[in-house]
Design a protein around this ligand. Structure first.
Ligand SMILES: Cc1cc2nc3c(=O)[nH]c(=O)nc-3n(C[C@H](O)[C@H](O)[C@H](O)COP(=O)(O)OP(=O)(O)OC[C@H]3O[C@@H](n4cnc5c(N)ncnc54)[C@H](O)[C@@H]3O)c2cc1C
Length: 406
């Protein structure tokens, strides 16, 4: 099979790119190892353990590619405030949307909801070819592009391939793209919990001695005070927490969270995910681009991974669209480099900030503890500085693609 562009991976980022490129004139194939089927959704049912805090910029992108109505029709939980504090000190900080005249800071959405809404939009348009159960197994560079061989032996060829196949990207590995990687020696435990008190549409984050613990507000028909938690801990501690029965886990979680939302009354099944930060040294080669987690995986501490990935997709679509209008070859490395130049500095800056935060909050020496408490208090006392952080969290600063602009 021959196409102009093959997107490997129909996750949140790959599917968004396919939708954003609609109407650009390219013959596009999107393939994914998964079944790409829409499941029934029950808005009163249990939450999926994997969720994302989507920024205002991401919401705009998803709106413009036609996926936001499908998300809103299923389930999205807005949050208006964010409270961050140091569990071993007195420093704390409170951000709110009202401070920058915004209605919300963002939405907590189950990954499956985003995925299904995107898939639904792709299927409704019918303009790109979706190939399910298609695991990429081999990749070979040819004179005029790339030859892809799937695990079942099928072959596809295109002058341009985009890797959107996630953190363990097969495209990145098979094409020999180098990465810088650093292991946090931390794991994240994720699940949904019901608390005794309302979350007040606030995203809460406590920095514990072991790592950050986040409670993200969830809403579902029928009320009740549900939150999605991301509890980052050392490998040994995560193993211990995973081995606890539900009652002991609820008690440990309540203590670690200082019972800010009262007792933890119920807990869904837990997932444990190893955390690793990874960054590709280059995002592009002739006829090849890496986007989303295939290009960079970042600590979930600030909930930015997919927000960065959606910006990658929007910028790449913009760069390719402009190149096609000028009659340039979309796979030309000079064209693809425009995408890299716009996205790499932003992604690196976010990763460096997260790395700095992680180290500062893991640090035990007294001067560093003092510094982080003084830092949190200092920012709390500076409304201008806080507004800057909020704009950053909304994803509304920096070089935004057209799809993310107001
Ligand atoms: C604990 C945790 C919490 C997080 N919280 C947030 C948050 O609050 N906000 C946020 O912005 N981000 C968050 N993230 C990050 C976010 O989940 C990722 O950035 C996002 O899922 C990446 O999307 P993607 O489409 O690039 O990759 P993926 O979602 O991994 O999708 C990759 C797709 O490629 C397919 N694929 C893989 N290999 C192959 C192959 N060989 N052949 C064909 N197809 C293949 C897969 O089936 C999949 O559909 C969090 C991450 C973690 C670990």
């Amino acid at each position: 099979m021959q196409a102009d562009l093959i997107i490997v991976g129909a996750g949140m980022v790959g599917s968004t790119l396919a939708l954003a490129l609609e109407g650009c004139g390219l013959d596009i194939v999107v393939l994914d190892a998964g079944p790409l089927t829409l499941g029934p959704f029950d808005a009163r049912g249990a939450f999926e353990p994997r969720v994302s805090a989507l920024s205002a910029a991401s919401q705009r992108i998803l709106q413009r590619v036609g996926a936001w109505p499908g998300i809103a029709a299923r389930r999205a939980s807005p949050y208006t405030d964010m409270r961050v504090w140091d569990g071993s000190g007195t420093g704390q900080i409170h951000f709110c949307a009202a401070a920058v005249h915004a209605e919300v800071l963002g939405h907590i959405v189950e990954n499956r909801v985003v995925q299904d809404a995107l898939l639904e939009a792709l299927q409704a348009r019918g303009t790109v070819e979706l190939i399910a159960d298609a695991r990429l197994d081999q990749l070979r560079e040819s004179a005029d592009g790339w030859l892809l061989t799937l695990a079942d032996g099928r072959q596809l060829h295109a002058p341009l391939v985009v890797a959107a196949d996630g953190a363990n990207s097969a495209v990145r590995r098979l094409a020999g793209c180098e990465t810088r990687e650093w292991d946090y020696l931390h794991h994240a435990i994720v699940t949904s919990v019901r608390c005794a008190e309302p979350h007040r549409r606030t995203a809460w984050q406590r920095f514990t001695d072991d790592g950050p613990l986040a409670f993200l507000p969830l809403e579902r028909e029928g009320g009740q005070h549900w939150c999605s938690i991301v509890w980052s801990a050392t490998e040994g501690e995560a193993e211990r927490l995973m081995a606890l029965d539900d009652e002991a886990f609820r008690a440990a979680l309540g203590r670690a969270f200082e019972q800010r939302l009262g007792e933890v009354l119920e807990v869904d099944p837990r997932l444990c995910i190893p955390l690793r930060q990874r960054h590709a040294k280059r995002y592009v080669r002739p006829g090849l681009a890496l986007i989303g987690d295939a290009a960079h995986t970042i600590h979930p501490l600030a909930g930015q991974g997919v927000n960065l990935g959606l910006l990658d997709a929007a910028v790449l679509a913009e760069v390719l669209g402009a190149a096609l209008q000028r009659g340039e070859q979309p796979g030309d490395v000079r064209v693809l480099s425009r995408f890299e130049r716009r996205r790499m500095p932003h992604n690196l800056a976010m990763m460096a900030a997260m790395e700095g935060f992680e180290r500062l909050f893991q640090a035990d020496p007294l001067p560093l503890r003092w510094l982080r408490n003084a830092g949190l208090k200092g920012i709390e006392a500076l409304p201008e500085m806080k507004a800057l952080f909020v704009r950053q969290a909304l994803g509304l600063s920096g070089d935004l693609p057209e799809l993310a602009r107001a």
